[in-house]
Design a protein around this ligand. Structure first.
Ligand SMILES: CC(C)(COP(=O)(O)OP(=O)(O)OC[C@H]1O[C@@H](n2cnc3c(N)ncnc32)[C@H](O)[C@@H]1OP(=O)(O)O)[C@@H](O)C(=O)NCCC(=O)NCCS
Length: 163
């Protein structure tokens, strides 16, 4: 008799758990960044550097499925009074299952509890996947930031009011 294999239903939120980052997540975080950024084998170095400059007000949240950390976001208070979602990354093998949507919903709840008036996200102007994702989740373009990621690499600053 073959074993019954349970295939997680796409977008079944009950199979996705959101929790604070723990040091045991580091390796999977690096593996994800190796595939979602242009850093390649420098991803570990970049993540270590980001973590070293984390302030006590910043938080990393993890989306876990079947005990595996597959989605990540850093929440960071922005000078403009918003709570910024930084480094929103989902392991490519787990994308299009609603994981980033659930992380953003978590960010909204945290922002509301902490009395922020809006969430913000900066993304590369050519990151069409992220831009589509943000619009789909109710974010609107607030500003274009010239040369944010280097010469002629502009960013778009998106915001979403916290209600
Ligand atoms: C952008 C990203 C975070 C989205 O994560 P995700 O978990 O796949 O997103 P969701 O499944 O919650 O997507 C919700 C909706 O956003 C839109 N969307 C998400 N990814 C998309 C893509 N690659 N192309 C087009 N639309 C997309 C769709 O409307 C999607 O709904 P649908 O699947 O029913 O069509 C993910 O693609 C990622 O990690 N990208 C690489 C890293 C990155 O660029 N991060 C942003 C740095 S600022």
């Amino acid at each position: 008799m073959p074993h019954e294999i349970r295939v997680p239903e796409a977008k079944d939120e009950s199979l996705i758990k959101i929790r604070p980052y723990e040091s045991r997540d580091f390796t999977e975080y690096v593996h994800t960044l190796e595939r979602t950024t242009e850093w390649g084998n420098k991803a570990e170095q970049e993540l270590r550097a980001r973590m070293e400059k984390m302030t006590s007000e910043e938080e990393i949240w993890v989306a876990e499925t079947d005990n595996r950390p597959v989605g990540f976001m850093i929440l960071s208070p922005n000078q403009d009074g918003t709570l910024e979602i930084d480094w929103l990354d989902v392991n490519p093998d787990f994308q299009r299952r609603g994981i980033a949507t659930i992380l953003v919903r978590k960010a909204e709840r945290i922002a509301k509890t902490k009395k922020y008036r809006a969430l913000s996200v900066r993304t590369y102007i050519e990151n069409t996947n992220m831009i589509t994702f943000l619009r789909r989740n109710g974010f609107e373009v607030f500003e274009r930031i010239r040369n944010f990621y280097g010469e002629r690499k502009d960013a778009l600053l998106f915001k979403k009011l916290v209600v």
